[in-house]
Design a protein around this ligand. Structure first.
Ligand code: XIL
Length: 315
């Protein structure tokens, strides 16, 4: 198709990108691709706690509002990311007592979700993010250490109260295939729903790398969550490589992106795919994984890469 969003629309799926607020404003090439190629937006950082409530009860929505306004102007939907996470959360939250921390969480969720509850573009939220260790035990975050297991159910209940119509997701990485971590996610979602905790959706981040094998049984994994009655989505897809790129890595990257697209298309409950950025020049990968990069569909000069064509064709 002429664009990714046209291709995705024929499948009834969304295709989205993680938006860097400053680039939407300052970079016309970035903005043009964002407008034409995608029909869904996730704020890469602007809706996180450190951005929206840097100090107790001092909210700041400039970046978040800008992402939402951009999406509305371009007929795109917004996935809110993220409410309760161990990272990018201010120190003032981390040091609270249990009672005060639970109150802060409730206030934060009520205020952030509440701000967009009547906005039809903002349809879903990552309520909790990255709560598991690789072996499926709970991550020993300040949330877990202060509040215990119950903070997850509480966060979902607060989010439902703030917006009864929003789709509420639990999100993590290395849960794309079947394994200890995704089994723990599966068991938790099943048990929360059995207790009427409002979990509507499971997000698979999809931060993959060509130096690793492709996750096992991605389609089957998506389907088993779908069979619990939740929507599934790929929330942060990118496929990085140890630089420099070569023909083999490029082909592996094409295969991994294509496999993810095919799995989402094969699973009716998979709503769509968000790619974690637009171009290799503004990806989180090089600054997070030393010596790695080239994870996205456009190069640093905004040229479409061969992997763009593969994703477009697979959609
Ligand atoms: C990353 C952003 O891309 C970076 O700009 C930021 O410095 C750190 O966070 N999992 C998530 C995302 O849920 O929020 C992270 O985004 C990448 C890993």
């Amino acid at each position: 198709a002429a664009t990714l969003r046209l291709a995705a629309a024929t499948r009834g799926k969304f295709i989205g990108f993680a938006a860097a607020t400053n680039l939407l404003t300052n970079d016309a090439s970035y903005r043009s691709i964002a407008q034409t190629e995608f029909n869904q937006v996730t704020a890469e950082n602007a809706m996180k706690w450190d951005a929206t409530e840097p100090n107790d009860n001092q909210y700041s929505f400039a970046g978040a509002d800008q992402v939402v306004a951009f999406a509305q102007a371009n007929s795109q939907v917004v996935h809110g990311h993220t409410l309760v996470w161990h990272s990018q959360t201010p120190g003032w939250v981390q040091g609270l007592s249990a009672t005060a921390m639970r109150t802060a969480m409730q206030d934060h969720i009520a205020t952030v979700v509440g701000r967009y509850a009547s906005n039809p573009a903002v349809q879903s939220w990552d309520v909790v993010n990255e709560i598991f260790n690789e072996d499926g035990t709970r991550r020993a975050s300040f949330w877990q250490n202060t509040l215990g297991d119950s903070y997850v159910a509480d966060a979902f209940r607060y989010a439902r109260a703030a917006d009864p119509d929003a789709r509420l997701c639990i999100n993590d990485y290395n849960v794309e295939g079947i394994g200890a971590k995704s089994n723990a996610m599966y068991n938790l979602v099943q048990s929360l729903r059995a207790q009427n905790v409002p979990v509507d959706c499971v997000g698979f981040q999809g931060h993959l790398g060509t130096q690793y094998g492709f996750p096992s049984q991605v389609q089957q994994n998506m389907q088993r969550f779908a069979d619990l009655g939740v929507q599934v989505r790929v929330t942060e897809l990118d496929v990085r490589s140890v630089l420099p790129m070569d023909a083999t890595k490029t082909q592996t990257q094409i295969t991994y992106y294509t496999n993810v697209v095919n799995a989402c298309i094969a699973v009716t409950a998979c709503a769509g795919i968000t790619i974690w950025g637009i171009d290799d020049g503004h990806s989180w990968v090089p600054s997070t994984f030393s010596g790695q990069g080239a994870a996205l569909l456009w190069d640093a000069s905004y040229n479409r890469k061969s992997v763009y064509d593969a994703v477009n064709a697979a959609l």
